[in-house]
Design a protein around this ligand. Structure first.
Ligand code: ARG
Length: 389
């Protein structure tokens, strides 16, 4: 029998994959990635074994997800198509990387995922696999297997002794980790339909959010968030804490029509309370400490970073080069941003930094003005000169 390492979620698809592979002479080593989806991992481990897995690894990847993936993307101001904080896209290369590590350790022959042929995730897994272990076989059962409907799949599960879910399947496809939640399918597939209230889990309905605004301060060191309201937190705790605070005020929802890499447009609802506030805060602090040219130039790099991440190209040279660029860019992004949260909105109301380039004596229209207005005359003259006939 050959050995295959499967990214296992505990859902019906990845559970059926195990006996399906066995029928094709592969024994499965299941890898469960805990990225903060809040599942019952003990139950999922048992389910993997019941479904026929030879061995199960359950890996807590939350710290790596936030420190090595999410906070890098944050420093890059990376938002896909200007909106999506890439929560799901960031988790896939991480899980794939872990699968490769397990595969090497277990001397496995193949890698496997449960993604369909219509999404981005297959690309993120397989590109990572191919770049790390170019020769290893990759199996994507859901793209090729014989089941046309969920009923057929359930019949197969019953036949093969795979535990079948007793609860009714949610009409939605949901992907969750600590950095965000993505919801699609069901009534959301019609882009005209307003998202039902019950699809949300990380954010309060803005209408029901507290009537009093709440202020939160976020302190950054070189572009990385370190403190909330003056208190230091580890990366994971910081994100959890901020998810709670911002989520309570209904901050971080967004409704997107998005362009998938495979050419399909999809409608996705995102919830990312912490990510929303962090992006707002770093953007603002950067505008305080960066000179004009640095501030204005970075846009293209950010867009590229988001596209590389979305398109599964995390482990590529350009992504690494851009990390180095953003590390340099953020040498002075140290300081504090004050944000007001209120019924679904997050608004920056204050910012400070010891590296601030803001000079009140130049900006002021009041007392203490040091700006020499006479100098502006010559400047204005020269500014137009190259274009004058
Ligand atoms: N559209 C997002 C992405 O490609 C999320 C994909 C998973 N979404 C889901 N609802 N299962 O990164």
């Amino acid at each position: 029998m050959k050995k295959v390492v499967l990214a296992y979620s505990g859902g019906l698809d990845t559970s059926c994959i195990i006996p399906w592979l066995k029928e094709r002479n592969y024994e499965t080593i299941a890898v469960i990635g805990d990225v903060g989806q809040g599942d019952n991992f003990e139950a999922i481990k048992k389910k993997a074994i019941k479904s026929g897995a030879k061995k199960v690894y359950c890996l807590n990847l939350q710290k790596e997800l936030i420190e090595d993936y999410a906070f890098k993307a944050l420093k890059a101001f990376a938002l896909y198509e200007g909106k999506y904080n890439l929560a799901c896209a960031l988790s896939r290369p991480l899980i794939a990387q872990k699968q490769v590590e397990v595969a090497k350790k277990e001397k496995a022959n193949a890698l496997c995922h449960g993604c369909t042929g219509k999404g981005n995730d297959q690309v993120r897994f397989e590109t990572t696999f191919r770049l790390m272990v170019p020769k290893m076989e990759i199996i994507a059962p859901v793209r090729v297997w014989e089941f046309k409907t969920r009923e057929e799949e359930i019949d197969y599960a019953k036949k093969m002794g795979v535990p079948v879910p007793v609860t009714k399947k949610s009409p939605y496809s949901i992907d969750t980790n600590i950095y965000g939640r993505a919801i699609e399918c069901g009534v959301l597939e019609n882009p005209w339909n307003e998202p039902p209230k019950d699809i949300y889990a990380m954010t309060q309905d803005p209408q029901k959010a507290p009537n009093k605004p709440e202020y939160v301060t976020i302190e950054f060191s070189k572009g990385t968030p370190k403190k909330i309201n003056g208190k230091a937190y580890g990366a994971v705790e910081l994100v959890n804490k901020l998810n709670k605070i911002a989520g309570k005020h209904g901050v971080g929802r967004n409704d997107n029509i998005e362009n998938r890499l495979v050419g399909i447009k999809s409608r996705e609802i995102y919830e990312n309370p912490a990510g929303t506030v962090l992006h707002l805060a770093i953007e603002d602090l950067a505008s305080l400490v960066l000179d004009r040219e640095s501030m204005q130039f970075r846009g293209q790099a950010s867009q590229k970073y988001a596209e590389l991440t979305y398109n599964g190209l995390w482990f590529t040279p350009l992504k690494e080069q851009l990390d180095a660029y953003f590390d340099k860019l953020h040498e002075n992004t140290t300081g504090t941003v004050r944000i007001k949260l209120y019924k679904g909105t997050a608004t920056v109301v204050g910012r400070k930094s010891k590296y601030s380039r803001y000079k009140e004596s130049l900006a002021t229209y009041g007392k203490g003005d040091t700006f020499d207005q006479k100098m502006a005359e010559g400047f204005n003259h020269l500014w137009a000169t190259p274009f004058m006939k």
